[in-house]
Write a protein that binds this ligand. Sequence first.
Ligand code: AHR
Length: 565
Amino acid sequence: MPPIAIDRRRFLQSSTLAATGAALARYAPAQGAAAVVDAHIDLSPGESLGTIAPEIYSHFIEQLGGVVYDGVWVGERSKIPNRNGIRLDFLNTMKAVQAPVLRWPGGCFADSYDWRDGIGPAAKRPNRAAFWDQQEPNRYGLHEFMETCRAIGCQPYLAGDLRSLPARDFYQFVEYCNAPSGPLASNSAAPAAPDSLASERAANGSPEPFGVQFWGVGNESWGCGGNQTPEEYAGEFRRYTAWLPTYGTPLKLVAVGPNGDDVDWTRRLFQALAANPEKRRLWGLSVHYYTSGSPSQFAAGDALRFDTGAYYDLLTRGSIMERVITDHFGAIQQYGGQNKVKLVVDEWGAWYGKGTELGPTYNLSQQSTMRDALLSGITLDIFQRHPDKVAMANVAQSINCIHSLMLAQEDRFCVTPTFHVFQMYLPHRGATGVRADFTAQAIDNPMAGAPIPVGGNSYTGSLDAVKTLPGLSGSASTRGKELTLTVVNPHLDRPMTAEVTVRGSGSIAAVKGTVLTSQDVHDHNDFAHPNAVRPAPATTGQPSGSRLVHTFPPASVTTLQLTLA
Ligand code: AHR
């Protein structure tokens, strides 16, 4: 059925009436009246897409600008509230979104980082020139990172250095983290030798192994990680992983994947890996996809100043994530039959040009508006629609960098609208993803013909793919009788009234909702106004049998929780 636009007067009338029985006669086709709606959302709780991995809501920090130093690490003697030197606001916010996994130390930083520089007595650790043109004091190292993960209650995900350290260092990195300080082998009663890496770890304060499962085998090896070809990287991957001991912790090894949507990398990598499958151990393929700010009238895109064209263009490019996932997963399946290998989208977000940094030393920090909240919703919904393909995803980066959940500068702190989206999507965590069909007229991208911004990790494919943006999109999951539906309405000035239908599962007994929206899509939080953008309870329509009519405000992210009878 083609969507029928409703004017503002009719919208106000219908949203007022929507909660009453009188409105239902108007909206519910079951009662014989024609539905006056802009969209349909058909939910099929019986059609499972797979379990939504909790790890798709994961995080990433790197020694870059103000991410680690100031954002995460303030030092034990700081007046800023901290736990063993780690900013308390950072820990509490990560707990509030139940962060499952934290990735570190990079990013590009990882491929020039020697993990040994960051262990042992702090006063003895060296200063090093590091990636991102920074001096690295090595005050925040492996043990501090593990303490961060422990305090949050999340799993660590470490990236090994493939560009500047030999394979032996990677083996020893794993050994230092995971080898027990007791006997190494089951047939040996001897404790670890006093000069073993496990003993060194114990001497540095951690007798218990860290038990790190997730390991990135390099980072962006096509770029900052060594400018390699997929074939060259395949050889390196084998060399670094083939005989890696596990020390009792099943290792989940992540290979370096494409630059944005470059499917050729994935095809060639898997072809090369398939050529010699012996001893190949691979759990996930890393994908980095950033949505570059469109130039529009502001050079290189701007986090705060954008016009209508740039707004729709950014969200359209963000929605390309779906194609990135299906294309790369398809390439994995096609070459080498790696049926168990899934995608690890370990860097994603909207990346703008300079102009809104917290200060000169806060490299790549940027403000984050309601537009970024919508991009977050669109992206998480895509992951949730593909639970069979996406095993983990890490927003880049958690604090003070690109698409952050938090901004911090010395004693000042605030959360961004993206933080709220992460909280609103929590009911999907570990639930069963189910089929959700959205029917709504697409929005034409006003900048469809404009040149694609040049930059790493972004979409560089056909212009056809960025012509339109879904007029309403989302995803659904079930946990017992609870059905969660998350929806993004990207229209800047058009509320979208949708008829939500639950297929084949009785009726909707109750509904509650939360909505994140604001007067102006440029709205954002800052240190002076930390609550300018925050969610509110949604006014929902009354369910009628298996149907519900709900109006999604313009430029909004909504969570609806339906209890099925
Ligand atoms: O997240 C910032 C940088 O973007 C990372 O260090 C790198 O992996 C990517 O290019």
